[in-house]
Every structure is written in C-alpha cells, then in structure tokens.
Design a protein around this ligand. Structure first.
Ligand code: LLP
Length: 422
C-alpha cells in the first residue's frame, strides 16, 4: 500500500483512483503530473471538519499548485486564496475565485500589484514592512479607496523545519518584528486610506508539530491584547499555512489537532470571536498528485546504479533543492525474477544535481514506469524549462474519468517570443 490513499495497486498496476497509470502514460506520454480529484476533496474536508462550524476561512496557499482547474475546484468548495503576486491574483480571477476571500502576502509587492489587488477588491493585504504600508496607503489614497490590512508579524519561533522553508525566525526576511508591531499599528491607524482588519503570521512549511504554532499564537494573543489596549479592534487572525504531509514516515499533526488547540487558546484569551484565517498549501494538494515518469536507460558503474528517467529537476526540483524525499513506486511492480538494486533515479539534465531519488531499492527494466509520489505541491509550480525541456502535462482523475488540465508544452512555444538581432 502506498502512503497516498488515492494511488493504490489494483490488479498489479498502480492506479489514480480508478484509472491505471500505465494507461495514462500511454495516452498522455511522460513525464506527466496526475492528480486525484477525490484526494483534493478529502484534504479540503479535513480542514472543513476541523473548523467545527466556527468562523474559519481557508485561504489556499496557491503557490503549492496553481493549475486553474485546481483553483476552480477549491473555489467551488468555498476556499479563499493566499496570493503572493499579481500573476497569482490573475489566476484566481481566471479560475472564478472570490476576490473578497483573497489575502495578499509577500515581502515585495509592486505598485501595479497593489493597484490590481485594490481594483479586484481583495479581503486583506498582509503587510510585511512599514515601507509597504506607506506604499499601499498612498496608492489607496490616490484611488480614493481604503485598503484593508493586517500586519504580518515575525514571532521569532522555530518551526523546526528545513531552513529554506522556515520563515518565522528573526533572521528571516518575512514580516515585521512583533515587538515593533504596536507602534506600526498605531501609525497605520492614523492613515485615512488604511483600514486595519487583522494580524497575520506564517512561520514556515512542512511543520509536523503543533507546538511552534502555539508558541507563535501566544505571542499573537499578547499582541492583540496590546492592540485592544491601544483602541485597535481586529476582526481576524491569520495563522498562515505550513502543516506538513507524510512523504515517507512523518506523522504530521492533523488540521483537527491544530485547530482544536488554537480554538482552546483563543477561547481562553476571550478572543474566540475573531475570524480565523488559515493559508494551507502543501497539505491540500501534496499527496493528491504524482509525477509519472518512464525509465529511459539503466546504467551502472563501479559505484552506482542509475535509473535515467524522462522526468528531471526541471519538473521536480525539491529533491535537489531541499534534499527532499519523495517515494518512488513502480507502476507495475516486477516479480523477484528481476533483481533488486540500489538505484539513483536521475533525469536527463546536464547537472549532477539532477536527481529525484538516491539509493532506492528497485526492481527495474528499461521502459518501466515509475510514480514519484507526493508531487502535488511545489512540483509543477516550481518547474522550469531548463535545457529547453517543455513543462509536463497535467491531468486530473475523477473516479474513472480523466481530464487533461494542461497539455504538455510545445517546444516551439518555449522560444517563439524570442527575437534574432538585426
Ligand atoms: N502562506 C505563506 C505566506 C507562505 O509563504 C506559504 C508558503 C504558505 C502560506 C503555504 O505554506 P504550506 O501550507 O504549503 O506549507 N517550495 C517549498 C515550500 C515553500 C513554502 C513557501 N511558502 C517546498 O517545496 O517544500
């Protein structure tokens, strides 16, 4: 049994729901991202159940996977969106997402992005510096509107995750120092084009324990009390995203475990009336997708066995960038007649860093199909065209049906806008 419930062996072949991955590889070629619609629903449902009927807005951290079909599916389920760019705003609107459920995070918001967000009528800017607050205030003033804002505060807690995806420590570029927040709120209160609506933090990603959230929450609660004393009443509290998923043997906390603890702390502080905003990305999509790839060649030297596959670091950069682990499952597992070897699963790109998995025991023959598991989050969205490789196609499986939600890129299109010198 694989770790992902919606990708299981049936009659000796790995399936996405009720569609064979071998059939998908035949029909759409590889590398191919395959997502399960039911897995998306189940992940959403786990947050919905955890909300216990309270005022919770899930703003999907769409940088994890921003295919329009996925955005539209979540929008239909009622999510809002956490965006970090004008491009992501355009995607949400194209996917019929609700503008007034959008929160806009990010340390470097440009003027055009702020304008576009004000025009769309987003729910809140998560402001990451005083300079940004000034810029938003000026733009809103010129437009004759009020900009809804939260300050993203940096609570200086250790999310106990990989340093590249930890964001809530003092040394990180994100947010404002929580100790400086009361003074900045006080100045914001004097700005006629600013409407203070909340407070925000996001401490990191692939967090498996609840304690870092609760450490941050304690500090946020103290800040909210301080603001109340200053006469500033907030309507929401945004605790960001970051809940981890199981890639191999992790046992991440569940949304219910997290939210029960958060509600308890808020109730104890008499802040249960605040709307709670969450920004989960990975935990909504990570285990809803696999990257399907084919073994092009097997090759050995004195030290190593390599399985050279047709997916590469341009399709999935997580292993080489974060030393991340993704399970590798053969689509049609071989019998013991085929010897098991330790393989490095590598791509065709001309970099030694182009690897997807190392030292995995696998029974392989040339032409075999492999599923790289847990590839629903931060895979396609971080893909590039390095080595002029077209980005992979994406399909969504729904029981026995298959929807091509992004065709494979066309090689000509990769460079069609480039121009020769005169
Ligand atoms: N909110 C903000 C402000 C964020 O910066 C992020 C992720 C999220 C929400 C969603 O976090 P999640 O629930 O997905 O952990 N590329 C890395 C992860 C980078 C996360 C960046 N920020 C990876 O592949 O592990």
């Amino acid at each position: 049994m694989t770790i992902a419930k919606h990708f299981q062996l049936k009659d000796g072949v790995l399936h996405a729901e009720n569609v064979s991955l071998a059939q998908l590889a035949h029909d759409f070629d590889t590398p191919l991202f395959v997502y399960s619609r039911q897995a998306l629903h189940d992940a959403w449902e786990s947050y919905h159940v955890a909300a216990q009927g309270r005022d919770v807005l899930v703003c999907y951290g769409m940088k994890a996977n921003s295919n329009l079909a996925i955005l539209n599916e979540f929008a239909r389920l009622g999510t809002g969106f956490d965006i970090v760019s004008g491009g992501e705003l355009a995607r949400v609107l194209a996917a019929k997402g609700d503008a007034n459920k959008i929160v806009f995070s990010g340390v470097g918001k440009q003027a055009w992005e702020i304008e576009a967000a004000l025009e769309a009528g987003i729910k809140c800017f998560n402001v990451e510096s005083e300079a940004e607050l000034q810029r938003i205030a000026e733009i809103a003033l010129n437009k004759g509107v009020k900009a809804p804002v939260s300050l993203r505060v940096n609570p200086d807690v250790d999310a106990k995750t990989h340093p590249y995806i930890s964001t809530g420590l003092k040394g990180n570029k994100f947010g404002v120092d929580i100790n400086e927040a009361p003074a900045i709120y006080a100045r914001a209160q004097q700005m006629p084009s600013i409407d203070i609506v909340g407070v925000d933090c996001h401490i990191g990603s692939q967090i498996t324990e609840i304690s870092p959230y609760l450490d941050a929450l304690d500090k946020l609660i103290a800040l909210i009390k301080q603001l109340q004393a200053q006469g500033i009443e907030l309507s929401h509290l945004d605790i960001g995203g970051g809940l981890g998923i199981r890639y191999t043997d992790e046992t991440p906390a569940t949304p219910t475990e997290l939210l029960s603890a958060v509600f308890q702390a808020l109730d104890a502080a008499r802040l249960g009336h605040l709307q709670l905003i969450l920004e989960p990305g990975r935990s909504l999509v990570g285990n809803a997708g696999v990257l399907l790839t084919q073994v092009e060649y097997l090759k050995s030297n004195q030290e190593k066995n390599f399985a050279i596959v047709d997916a590469a670091m341009n399709d999935l950069i997580r292993p080489t960038l974060y030393d991340a682990w993704h399970d590798i499952e053969p689509v049609t597992p071989r019998s013991e007649d085929v010897p098991s070897h330790q393989y490095d699963v590598v791509g065709p790109i001309c970099e030694s860093g182009d690897w997807l998995a190392k030292d995995r025991p696998l029974r392989l023959e040339q032409g075999d199909l492999l599923a790289i598991m847990s590839a629903g989050a931060y895979a396609f969205t971080m893909a590039s065209q390095y080595n002029t490789r077209p980005r992979a196609a994406e399909v969504i499986v729904d029981d026995q049906s298959v929807h091509l939600v992004r065709p494979r890129e066309d090689i000509q299109k990769i460079f069609e806008s480039e121009r020769l010198l005169d």
